[in-house]
Every structure is written in C-alpha cells, then in structure tokens.
Design a protein around this ligand. Structure first.
Ligand SMILES: Cc1cc2nc3c(=O)[nH]c(=O)nc-3n(C[C@H](O)[C@H](O)[C@H](O)COP(=O)(O)OP(=O)(O)OC[C@H]3O[C@@H](n4cnc5c(N)ncnc54)[C@H](O)[C@@H]3O)c2cc1C
Length: 365
C-alpha cells in the first residue's frame, strides 16, 4: 500500500489545482484520475476567468470569484516560473454583449443589483450603449444594443492551465496516476484507503474532485454532492488576424488567432453529442454580434458536460462523519483555479474550512 498525506480523486482543473496547492504546503499528494473515458469538463470549456455574472443573490460567491480573479495574476506567473507553461492569462476586463434593447435593460437591472449586493466591497461596472461599445469594439454589428463591462473579467487557455498544473504538481513531488478509476474506498476519520488502477493508496486526508463522479463518491464518505450535467457546445474557427479588441462572454480570440464561439446550456443528461440546431443558433448569434464572422470557417465543434449543483454554486465541505474528507466542485473551474490552489488547498492543509466558505456547504440542499 502507498501512503500519502492526501489523496485527491480527479485530475481535472479542480483536483489538479487543489492538489498543486497541497504540494505548495509540503504535503505528499497522490492524484487518482480515471482518464479519457470519463466526462471531463476541464478539456472542453471556454477558458474564461469570469466574474461579472457570478453571485446574484449570493454575495459570498461574488467575493470568492473576484478573489480568485485577483489571485490569477500571481498564480499564472507562478505556474510559468515553476513549469515554463504560459497559461495565456489575460486580465483586461470583459464585456457581456446585449443584442436587443430588452437584453440591455435586463442587464442594466442585473448589474445594478450586483452593485447593491456587493456593499462595501463595491462592484465596479459600466453599461455601454451602442455608440460607446462601438468605440471600444469597432467590429461590433449594427444590431447590438450595448453591453455591460467590468474590469474583473479575464481569460486563460484552459488546456495550458491543466498542463501547467500537472507539471507543477509533479515538480513539487506530487504523483499523478492516470487510468486510475477509484473502485473501492474505505473511510474512517482521518484514515482513507482507496483502490484505483489495481493499486491501493492510504492517507489521512481525502479530497473529492471527481467532477460528475463526486455524486457517487460523496455518498461513501458522508457527503451530499448532488451535481448534475449541463451540456455546453462550443466551436472553434480557423486562425485569423487579431480582430477582437475586447474579451466577450460568448466569443473570444485565442492567442494563436482562432476564435472560440460558445456556448449553449442544455439539459441533456450524460449525452455529450453535438447537434446542428445548436450550432446554427450559436453561429447566427455570433454573426449578429460580429458580422465579419460570416466569412470565417469553423474547423471543429464539440460538446462537454458542466458539473452543476442545483443552485449553480460551488460545493465545499468537510465530512462531519469522516473528518479529513473534503469535497470541491464547481461550475467555474477555470475562474476558481487560483482560489482552489492558493486558498482552498490551504484550508484543507490546515484541517478545516473557514466561515467564509460556510455558504457553500451542502447543508443548503
Ligand atoms: C462548455 C463548457 C464551457 C465552460 N466554460 C467555462 C469558462 O469559461 N470558465 C470557467 O471557469 N469554467 C467553465 N466551464 C466549467 C469548467 O470546465 C469546470 O468547472 C471544470 O472543468 C470542472 O473541473 P473538475 O475537475 O471539477 O471536473 P472534470 O473536468 O470533469 O474532471 C473530473 C475528473 O475526475 C475524474 N474522475 C471521475 N470519476 C472518477 C473516479 N471514480 N475515479 C477517479 N477519477 C475520477 C475524471 O477522469 C476527470 O478527469 C465550462 C464547462 C463547459 C462544459
């Protein structure tokens, strides 16, 4: 049996960020990861570090997302200096585009409410009418009504992020075990024995970060993790010269020149196929926003399953029945990667979660 200080189940963005954070605190960590047959949102997402739509009615979530976005600047520099991997993080703010006047009016109310709820932590934003938006983004189409802007938003390349996290984890002495689906888990307080990929692992700490797999695993350690899949479809175009002057929520240009166009939200169970009707909808919306896209070729279209709690918030908790077992799951694993690595992992290493995260306990369900 191999002994570690902590076992992390799941090597996607959440598990890798937490595992890397634990190694920063000097813990000996094993990451057990099922592999290519599993649903893996971390390899199919849009890569935004997005804050402006997070936490209406739940200011704790707004603050947590913002904290992560602020931490991201140092976090990406740290990953680069430790591993040489550039996550292509950018943090120049972003716009949520409103096509119709009605969208714009609703967004205005939404942002005003976010501002109100932020209280003394403030929430800086601007509503940009069509003329203002056109000055900022000359490429915008004539049908667009306007947009909301916040300086908090950013983006990264999620695949480089994942690669950087895996490399940093290994450099700091962590172990990554691919093709290692957990097949048995025995729990006692501060004593967890896990079998995966034909090997057995033991540790006093266990972190469930298995995305949609957390539902079943949680039940084994007294944690309620009612996450469900929500499908999202995205497509990517051929590379073009730099055309987008700002980061937007549905269309972004990657450093290499290709444009990502997203993204749907569908209740489709565990079905991750792509569908032409959604592609048509996404393409039509994108062309309305940016008419030049009419002449740009799509090269690939995919779908992936979001890991979603019933209220869309993260779930963070330590098991009361089996102390030492923690869960981390959320639907914004890119945005929250810095908070997971630099904050959540610290709390786990110290042995307990602070009041700041109490709102995210599964007791709310
Ligand atoms: C279309 C789409 C767009 C998105 N856009 C954004 C965005 O712009 N910004 C953002 O912040 N977030 C975005 N997300 C969300 C983000 O991708 C997820 O929050 C994040 O990837 C979740 O990571 P995870 O590690 O929890 O889950 P996953 O990536 O699903 O990883 C879970 C891992 O657990 C492993 N596993 C499962 N069961 C077991 C088991 N029994 N034993 C061992 N291993 C197991 C799997 O192999 C897998 O590697 C998007 C998601 C989608 C689908």
């Amino acid at each position: 049996m191999s002994r570690f200080d902590s076992i992390v189940i799941g090597g996607g963005l959440v598990g890798s960020a937490v595992a890397y954070g634990l190694t920063r605190r000097g813990l000996k960590v094993a990451v057990l990861d099922e592999g290519d047959v599993a649903f893996r949102a971390s390899r199919g997402n849009f890569g935004l570090v997005w804050v402006q739509s997070k936490g209406l009615g739940v200011p704790e979530y707004q603050r947590w997302s913002r904290e992560s976005s602020m931490l991201w600047d140092d976090f990406s520099r740290e990953l680069k200096s430790e591993t040489g991997t550039d996550t292509q993080h950018e943090h120049r703010g972003g716009v949520h585009i409103c096509i119709t006047e009605q969208d714009f009016a609703e967004r205005k109310k939404y942002m005003a409410q976010m501002h109100l709820e932020a209280g003394e932590t403030r929430f800086e934003y601007e509503m940009l009418g069509q003329t203002q938006l056109k000055k900022l983004m000359p490429e915008i189409g004539p049908e667009v009504a306007g947009a909301s802007f916040t300086p908090y938003d950013g983006a990264a390349n999620p695949l480089y992020l994942l690669r950087g996290l895996h490399s940093a984890l290994i450099k700091r002495g962590g172990r990554y075990f691919p093709h290692s689906k957990v097949t048995s888990l025995k729990a006692a307080p501060h004593d967890f024995t896990v079998t995966a990929g034909g090997a057995t692992f033991n540790a006093p700490k266990l972190v469930l970060a298995a995305g949609l797999g957390n539902n079943d695993l949680g039940a084994l350690v007294g944690l309620n993790v009612p996450v469900q899949p929500v499908r999202g479809q995205i497509f990517v175009t051929e590379r073009v010269k730099p055309v987008l002057s700002m980061l937007t929520i549905w269309i972004r240009q990657m450093a290499e020149g290709s444009l990502l166009i997203g993204e749907s939200r569908e209740e489709a169970g565990f079905n991750d196929v792509t569908t032409p009707d959604v592609q048509q909808f996404l393409a039509a919306r994108a062309i309305k926003m940016f008419p030049f896209l009419r002449d740009v070729r799509i090269v690939r279209h995919w779908s992936a399953l979001r890991v979603m709690a019933p209220d869309g918030l993260p779930i963070y908790e330590q098991s009361a029945e089996y102390p030492g077992a923690f869960v981390a799951t959320c639907h914004s694993g890119v945005t929250l990667a810095a908070a997971h690595a630099l904050r959540y992992a610290e709390f786990i290493a110290a042995g307990g979660l602070p009041k700041q995260l109490a709102r995210f306990s599964s007791k709310r369900f």
